[in-house]
Design a protein around this ligand. Structure first.
Ligand code: SF4
Length: 99
């Protein structure tokens, strides 16, 4: 997928749009931002749920997908290597296939 805008420009658009709202309406500004990059699957799910109330959620998700964000919760979804994954697996879980 090719973008006509530089990633920094698109992230700037999100920040400009977010700055139009009171910070209390932006969950990742009103709460501990580390939640959006948490190791705990429960915390990741909590961050995803908080995003659902965010006024810039669609723009946030679209931008994150376009930038192929390597990690974190963006726009209510967990991204890994630029792709949405359903949920974070707990640490130390054994692989299904033998190595
Ligand atoms: S949708 Fe984006 S800007 Fe809004 S709380 Fe979630 S990560 Fe933050």
């Amino acid at each position: 997928m090719t973008s006509i805008l530089e990633p920094e420009v698109k992230l700037g658009v999100l920040h400009d749009r977010a700055n139009r709202y009171d910070e209390d309406l932006l969950p990742c500004r009103a709460n501990n931002p580390e939640l959006w990059f948490a190791e705990s699957p429960a915390d990741v799910e909590f961050a995803k749920a908080l995003c659902a109330t965010c006024p810039v959620q669609p723009l946030c998700l679209a931008g994150a997908l376009d930038r192929r964000e390597p990690w974190g919760v963006w726009g209510g979804q967990l991204l890994l290597q630029g792709k949405v994954i359903p949920r974070k697996r707990p640490r130390g879980r054994p692989r299904k296939d033998a190595a």
